[in-house]
Ligand binder design. Structure first.
Ligand code: NAP
Ligand code: MG
Length: 496
């Protein structure tokens, strides 16, 4: 028995840590999943092979098995996709009466709901996230986004009273691997509702739900060229960014690539929105409902293996309750189940890729080298695949790299504070400003703190809650522009 397990047993004699959290396996069936061996580019309503004939594999990060092959799109393919989008924009989509556009988007939303199970399983297979999340969060929210923006299609004059809107044209959209289908929905739905057409590039490690979405567009009889979906790496993304006939870029990904895109677009007249990294402060005051806060902190950082731009990835606890919070956090993470993403009991699935796992491991090394005290619960990781146990760090300060830099994994550095002003200063002491969280019993404190934290979203007594009606986006190096809600329409229109 490890020392930690012994400590847990002494702390909680009523819990048998050897057996209590070992459930029988409850894997979601994959019988109904039909993946092709090879997918093609979705251009002008059809699946077409890449001009240069190059493909790469996408693997299941929980097993390291190859799931399928997808094309690496090159310049000629991007030219074709942009030309298809341009032609569809001019001839079909922008002249179409807005209410008719809305009907297509509603149809997409309904089909997605009907096939939710299939999409959820594929999302978990390709990306490693627990099925409970893809089933209950990613796919329903993706459908909700299409429903929400379908509703706006013929009501834009109410969104911008007294103004008329004109679509921009062809939108180039580039998405990351942490919420593949959801990010596609965030980007495609408002673009279509406002009359634009799309060329979307998926992330290298998670192309499959977007390929399925392309099949769904065919079933929805979306006119050819309105949405084109290409696969490929960073170079493919660059070609979309630099294409002269693209009118707008919508990018979600790292701050590093976001900076590159901003430079590349300077002076081109192209519009753009950037949703980038984050390092959110989650703050617990001594008057908070402690158990609720602990659960929220766990959800804030371990949800989706910490692969969340708005994850609560820095914890600040008021000094008087720090020992209690720390004990409860340790006890709670000892019960988290790490393993098969398809198992309905799993809390923490597979890390998305070997590269991301190595990045997380290197940050854990840095945390230790810089003098942080690490806590990892006893936890057996599967032999194959990419896994990381939930990890806490104490004895860290603002200057530690694991406090300043985005790890994008299940690693939480914890600090204490004494006063409200002190914690606001610490929370804002970061180049990022995407999100934050406050846990307190006092409404006045919620207003004071949320007003002073420089971040796009600040949750109070909850965390990681999303809704298509509320805008999302960052301050400072977390990005530019908003997605979601009424505000999410603006980046896709010219007001006249
Ligand atoms: P990334 O490396 O920036 O990649 C994002 C997307 O950009 C991928 O499709 C990537 O292709 C592509 N790309 C890479 N280099 C490019 C270039 N030079 N030009 C154009 N496109 C390029 O980010 P990631 O590692 O996939 O995703 C994690 C990051 O996204 C984190 O920093 C996270 O905080 C951020 N994120 C932010 C939000 C938000 O809403 N603010 C949401 C989710 C994630 P490949 O995949 O093929 O490299
Ligand atoms: Mg994959």
């Amino acid at each position: 028995m490890t020392k930690e397990k012994k400590r847990l047993k002494v702390a909680n004699p009523h819990i048998d840590y050897d057996t209590v959290w070992t459930y029988a396996p409850a894997p979601e069936s994959t019988d109904h999943i039909h993946l092709k061996r090879r997918y093609e580019l979705f251009i002008n309503g059809e699946f077409v092979p890449p001009v240069k004939g190059k493909y790469f594999a996408t693997v299941n990060p929980a097993t390291e098995e190859k799931l399928a092959e997808v094309p690496e799109a090159t310049g000629e393919d991007i030219d074709k996709a942009v030309a298809a989008a341009r032609s569809a924009f001019e001839k079909v989509w922008s002249p179409m009466p807005p209410a008719e556009r809305g009907k297509y988007i509603y149809r997409i939303a309904r089909l997605l709901q009907e096939r939710a199970r299939e999409f959820a399983v594929i999302e978990s297979l390709d990306g490693g996230k627990p099925i409970r999340e893809s089933r209950d969060i990613d796919i329903p929210l993706a459908a909700a986004h299409f429903f929400y923006y379908a509703g706006w299609a013929d009501k834009l004059e109410y969104a911008f009273p007294g103004r008329k809107t004109r679509p921009l044209g062809v939108a180039g959209q580039i998405i990351p691997w942490n919420f593949p289908l959801l990010m596609a929905a965030w980007k495609i739905a408002p673009a279509l509702a406002t009359g634009n057409t799309v060329v979307l590039k998926t992330a290298e490690t998670t192309p499959l739900t977007a390929m399925k979405l392309a099949e769904l567009f065919q079933d929805a009889e979306l006119p050819p060229g309105v949405v084109n979906i290409v696969t490929g790496g960073g170079k493919t993304g660059q070609m979309i960014v630099n294409h002269p006939d693209v009118d707008k870029i919508a990018f979600t990904g790292s701050t590093e690539v976001g900076k590159y895109i901003r430079k590349a677009l300077a002076g081109t007249g192209k519009r753009y929105t950037l949703e980038l990294g984050g390092k959110a402060a989650n703050i617990i005051f001594e008057d908070a409902a402690v158990d609720q806060a602990v659960e929220g902190i766990i959800n804030g950082i371990f949800f989706n293996q910490g692969h969340v731009c708005c994850a609560g990835s820095r914890l600040y606890v008021q000094e008087s309750i720090a020992p209690e919070i720390l004990r409860k956090l340790k006890d709670r993470i000892a019960t988290l189940i790490v393993g098969d993403p398809l198992d309905k009991n799993t809390d923490i699935g597979a890390i998305n890729s070997r590269m991301q796992l190595e990045k997380i491991e290197s940050y854990v090394r840095i945390g230790k080298e810089e003098g942080g005290a690490i806590f990892q619960p006893p936890c057996k990781l599967p032999a194959k695949g990419y896994w990381h146990p939930p990890t806490l760090f104490t004895d860290v300060s603002q200057s530690h790299r694991i406090v300043q830099e985005e790890i994008f994994g299940p690693v939480l550095p914890i600090q204490t504070f004494r006063t409200v002003d002190e914690v606001i200063t610490k929370a804002n002491n970061t180049p990022y400003g995407l999100s934050g969280g406050v846990w307190t019993d006092k409404g006045a404190k919620i207003f004071k703190v949320t007003k002073q934290i420089r971040a796009g979203v600040v949750w109070a007594n909850t965390y990681n809650k999303f809704d298509p009606t509320s805008p999302f986006g960052g301050y400072k190096e977390s990005g530019l522009g908003r997605e979601g809600g009424l505000q999410g329409l603006l980046p896709y229109v010219e007001l006249v």
